[in-house]
Design a binder for this molecule. Sequence first.
Ligand code: G6Q
Length: 546
Amino acid sequence: MSNKIRKAAFEDLKQHRKRLSGTTMRELFAHDPERFTTYSARFGDILLDYSKNRIDSQSMAALFDLARAVDVEGRRDDMWSGKPINVTERRSVLHMALRHFGEAPVLIDGADVMPAVRDVLVRIKGFSNDVRDGAIRGATGEQFTDVVNIGIGGSDLGPAMVTLALAPYTRPNLRAHYVSNVDGAHIHDTLKGLDPAKTLFIVASKTFTTDETMTNAHTARAWLAKSLGEEAVNDHFAAVSTNIEGCQSFGIREDRIFGFWDWVGGRYSVWSAIGLPVAIAVGYENFEAFLRGAGEMDQHFLTAPLEQNLPVIMGLMGVWYRNAWGFATHAVLPYDQRLSRFPAYLQQQDMESNGKSVTLNGKDVGWETGPVIWGEPGTNGQHAFYQLIHQGTSVVPCDFLLAANPHEDLSPHHAKLVANCLAQSEALMLGKTEDEVLTELKGAGLSKDEIKALLSHKVFPGNRPSNTILYSRLDPETLGKLVALYEHKVFVQGAIWNVNSYDQWGVELGKQLAKALLSEVESAETAQAHDSSTQGLLAHFHSLKG
Ligand code: G6Q
């Protein structure tokens, strides 16, 4: 039944698209001086301007109707009440509990998860303070200057992105590094130049079985033991995992193991002890401010009416473009250099969550689901791929992210950054008509022939959609809000598409085949039957290896 509602709603949205197809945003802005006021929403200092989208009041009403028809609010409340909404793994989805500082319990099957959450936070605070103050030192008595987090996917992207985003809060003499790739180049280049006596490793793995992470952890351990001896491992390793036994058998002492729970998905785990390297790098108070910011966004998501609910609006905009207009990708363009890993982080959050083809009950979805997420910081992107966004044949809805206040007092940098950001969304929306180009070229004194040759190349179609998210400053609290905003956006879309946003079976097949192929890579003798491509590649690989 609910799928019928969705199909009908998507058809209805397509009718709205048809109705709007003959109108440009340029016209909509010209006719309605209130457009910005109507299509912007705020939460605290965060402003979401979604007026530069191909929307009008009727299409927005249809989108909010869709959200109500599929009961986004009901599903949201199910998540927060601890129901196992991750149906394929039969798990609750309670990362919001990790940034919940209220009194109310957070229950799974009647049991409050909060005492355990608070215990781990107290331990994160103690450990991070001790590492920062030098109360906890390496085996030779040296203070730690470098923390190397070894993890991958959700155990890497979140803390790596946050550490970079909060660089102004870090100390130059306490650096956090992130090793994820099984490619030996990653750990090699990270360890090069580090002093084992001053290096602390954090092995971050929910399962503590992930091949890449365990391979890197063993390499790190051997590197450390080689210069400081096996017994130093005790002082130089900590772990974050739900698999306490696994950590112990690796040789990590009990008071250096930080637990979390199966109701925290990997890509939603930066709020858990997976954030330990962040707490060490920026200090516990800043880490907690990051959590509190996210907690505030949670309250907004849980309580604000749909029409003013930032994650709901952003989620609906994405559904509008995916299901009514067929746009396949979405760009995230931070005009905030320290958010340079934010698009990569969101790629996992969004694409692993909503890159699904079956509904919650395992039936083929009859509509498009998650888009390809991509992006780079502005203004670098402007000198690279914006050409396609402005004049390519594909329409790419964009999110621009911008802080009003920089951390650096380096005039005129920030004014230029802001001007570029605002100019891009304006240019995308307005475009440049043939008449405007003509006037410009004539004004520049070009001949008729020159104008004829250039004219169409210089026309910008415009009517290209974007959201702008403008906030005061990229501080820990705001970063927490922004990350939670996108998490909830992904939730809203998952609810509308009726997919399980909290599993990731699509990563399994490659892992299985890699396991099977390993022996064939290691030795040409063990060749098994494969398709001719895989066989050919293996054969050429061995011939190149000599
Ligand atoms: C995220 C995924 C995945 C996971 C990694 C690492 O939601 O589950 O990216 O985080 O595969 O897993 P471990 O933390 O178990 O090593």
